[in-house]
Ligand binder design. Structure first.
Ligand SMILES: [Zn+2]
Length: 322
């Protein structure tokens, strides 16, 4: 195996992708390269040569005979689906801006049952979610909330209830002072209360001390939502822009948060034809993952494979139980 260092993320067009990953063997080779970019190294003895046991996707160290699984600790662990099908799924999920439905993937990849295709896509979404969880938002942040769910359904209780979603987009200014979006995050919450918003912001790394938290709560309770922006400015929390309660004005005053939400609704109601509240979060995470990497479009496939390699797998029971 080569010890030469390779560039971590390669840029590829669709034609280049098709040429490079036309067989299972090529996919395995790529996965190995992504896992050991400087060449294989035995985790037990440090030796750099191994036999590959193809039937089990295992590397057998030529020196100490340690058996090292190619897929342990990754979303591909214990999969019975060929890697070539996984790779096509990842390619589509990385590149297709409008999302691709499970039944479409099942048909394209000739996967026998819907459940297998569904589980594979959710495993990739988990990798996307875990990857994005590493990032925090900095600078100015736009926040907005919205409701997702079947059209005409109520926001209240019942099986058809809508889900409340918070959306935060970090902004930066160019030389002319114009604002541009950086990273976006969306989170399904129980309600759009001050408490939910603060928990969301804290998780995104927008720190608020307990004292400030208390004062913010007071301001929101006494003066309504518009005070939220003012209170945060007064407290020198410049990263919080404004929280709006008037959906009609959102497009003008919170253009980027509004755009991310509109895009998410288009994807969810379009390609996926609606998503249950239970799994909404993973679809939102997928949308944010692509949005957050929109400048690296051609590298997205490699980046997503890397994310899939860096996260533990999840079982069907865990997915439907959560
Ligand atoms: Zn060894």
């Amino acid at each position: 195996m080569s010890t030469q260092t390779v560039k971590k993320y390669k840029e590829r067009s669709l034609i280049e992708y098709q040429k490079e990953f036309s067989t299972e063997k090529e996919c395995i080779k790529h996965l190995q390269k992504m896992r050991w970019p400087d060449g294989f190294k035995c985790s037990r003895c440090g030796h750099d040569e191994a036999w590959f046991i193809r039937t089990r996707n295992i590397l057998d160290c030529k020196k100490c005979r340690a058996k090292i699984s190619l897929t342990a600790g990754t979303i591909f662990h214990k999969t019975r689906t060929p890697l070539i099908k996984w790779y096509w799924l990842i390619y589509h999920m990385a590149m297709d801006k409008t999302g691709i439905s499970i039944s479409e993937m099942q048909r394209l990849l000739e996967i026998n049952d819907y459940k297998t295709a569904w589980l594979m896509a959710h495993k990739v979404r988990k990798a996307m979610t875990d990857r994005d969880a590493r990032y925090s938002l900095a600078g100015l942040v736009e926040i907005d909330d919205s409701f997702f769910g079947p059209k005409g359904s109520k926001r209240g209780r019942g099986s058809e209830r809508k889900s409340t979603v918070l959306c935060a987009v970090s902004l930066y200014r160019d030389k002319t002072g114009k604002e541009w979006p950086g990273f976006a995050h969306m989170k399904v919450v129980d309600n759009a209360s001050a408490e939910s918003i603060k928990d969301f912001l804290e998780r995104l790394g927008c720190g608020i001390t307990m004292e400030e938290r208390q004062e913010l709560m007071e301001a929101i309770r006494s003066d309504g939502w518009r005070s939220y922006g003012k209170a945060t400015t007064d407290k020198d929390l410049a990263h919080l822009k404004v929280v709006l309660r008037d959906p009609k004005a959102a497009g003008k005053l919170l253009p980027w948060a509004h755009r991310v939400i509109s895009n998410a609704k288009a994807v969810i109601h379009g390609s996926h034809r609606g998503v249950s509240g239970k799994h909404l979060q993973s679809y939102l995470s997928e949308i944010c993952y692509r949005f957050n990497r929109r400048f690296w479009e051609k590298e997205l496939f490699d980046r997503l494979v890397q994310a899939c390699l860096s996260t533990e797998t999840i079982t069907y029971t865990q997915l439907i139980g959560c």
